[in-house]
Design a protein around this ligand. Sequence first.
Ligand code: NAP
Length: 216
Amino acid sequence: MRILVIGGSGQTGRLVIDEALQRGHKVTALIRNPSALPAKEGLNIVKGTPLEPSNIESAFNAVQGDFPTAVIVTLASPKEKGTRVLSDANENLVAAMKRHNVSKIATMSSFGVGSSFANITVIMRWAISNTALGHTYADHNHVDEILKKSGLKFVLLRPGRLTMAKKAPVHFFGDDGKGLGVFAGLGGISRSSVAACLVDAVEKSTWDRSTPVILN
Ligand SMILES: NC(=O)c1ccc[n+]([C@@H]2O[C@H](COP(=O)([O-])OP(=O)(O)OC[C@H]3O[C@@H](n4cnc5c(N)ncnc54)[C@H](OP(=O)(O)O)[C@@H]3O)[C@@H](O)[C@H]2O)c1
């Protein structure tokens, strides 16, 4: 399969690209600065941003006769009031996917988004409600709304604290991370584990239209 990766120059996005290539997939990465990624067999790099619909169109059409059949998003959002980096990118992607009859999108969300807010630590709940972190979470919450009403086969993975540890077994805690206790999510999950899960999510239908909280 050819996978369109959005956020491929980031810490998790790079691992998604490597994981997908190792599994024999082809990858198109739409990134702002192409020199940020080394050339790799099976990787097509397109310069641009998911905030510009024509750049997404270029990414879909980058390899003639070999359209992406799934999208993986690992973007970050600035901690600025009113930021819509995540929501605008996902909204633009949904429109492009519909035009190209692509139905599968796996987006990295975060533990604490949507109904999982009730189950993260009290400190994180406080930080989301009282610091600039809340702006990023508001953006993630908009993505939830956009993908849930898109009619697409979306997967919103909600990792706890991200680490740079090695790939390790992943535990799933349902759509809202219930029952994790007072230190919920602090143990975290490695970005490499999240990357593998995102590729799993586009390969399989196991988590379609769900929002699993994931931890190592
Ligand atoms: N940190 C945690 O513990 C944690 C836990 C759960 C979930 N998360 C979520 O994980 C995400 C961050 O993952 P990460 O650490 O792998 O990200 P990262 O290394 O910061 O990479 C972010 C990616 O987003 C791109 N990007 C950022 N702003 C952009 C913009 N305005 N336009 C286009 N592209 C833009 C970057 O592109 P450039 O290279 O061009 O800048 C880069 O590819 C966030 O959404 C965060 O909420 C984090």
